[in-house]
Design a protein around this ligand. Sequence first.
Ligand SMILES: *Cc1c(COP(=O)(O)O)cnc(C)c1O
Length: 373
Amino acid sequence: MNLVQSPARACFGLAEATIDLAAVKANVRHYRRQVRSGTEIMAVVKANGFGHGAVQIARAAVEAGATWLGVARADEALELRAAGLTVPILAWLYDATELMWLSDVDVSVATVAELQQVVSAPGVHHVHLKLDTGLHRGGSTPDQWIELTRAAAHYEALGAVKVRGLWSHLSHGDELDATHSRRQLELLRAGVTLARRAGLEPSVVHLANSAGALTLDAPDCNLVRIGAGLYGIDELNNGLRPAMRLNTKVAQVRRIRAGEGVSYNHDYVTPTDTTIALVPLGYADGIPRSATNASVLIRGVRMPVRGRIAMDQFLVDTSDIPVEPGEPVVVFGPGDHGEPTAADWARWAGTIPHEIYTGLGSRVPRRYEEATR
Ligand SMILES: *Cc1c(COP(=O)(O)O)cnc(C)c1O
């Protein structure tokens, strides 16, 4: 194997996350082909684009046809605007004190009290009224919906607010079985009918996330909110491509005799004489301390992580392979060269790939490329 070639290429410095923007664009196009024609794509780039870099991912997604951006928080929306992104942005978590900064960011509204805060803030805000259809994590309760839509129609008639969207969020969006999702769609449809009756004319209605966009046929909706899928988190094995590779280098190598404990508290004791390589990444960088049976790729070979993962470093058993300091280590990647994937790390740590990606620490520089495929 040629060590200069992907994926076992050396990185600059101790470690580097490489993000393939061509994969992100391919994932966006994949969704554009899969959803009903006329359905718009909102690229969800909250939490620094799931750790990939919000601005770069947003630009790539827009280039590939996304027409909306979605974030959780106000400052995330402002970062995108400051970077020159001009498509509509929806933020669903903000504080009333931040509204003064959000005149060109759509905000979610779930109660009449929130609506009044938006109306009182300077500027005429675009809002998306959120209905709780079953997740029970924010949104208007169904019994307060009529009052909310009537109040919104009232303020809209006064020119104090513009209701651009009606929306909800799936509770079982990552499941192949769309039974729950269909029930939620029915509730949203009823909510849309009531809102129209109150006089609202929303231009977008949206419910589905990445997986839901593939499992739920929703003729009532004309926008899907795609987060995980952008980054290649492929909950339904739909042929999406992971965009991130995490590369580092062997920092140090040493022979250890049989019966020696390695790393904190000697949780692992070497059964035979062996070679141990030091990898300069740890849980402060997002390598989960709870991972068990983890491995990394060195010289095209999967080598097991041994002993406790520390804050800045962990150890790998290279057995009798004469690995040297400076050699490339692939912690995770798309998986097509034998390296583990973020989904593997998630399994080893008892979590989901989302948490692996968003946990990637700020000490790891992100580098962007467009791998031609
Ligand atoms: C994070 C989030 C999404 C994206 O969900 P994925 O499953 O990652 O596609 C969509 N909508 C809301 C409200 C979210 O918080």
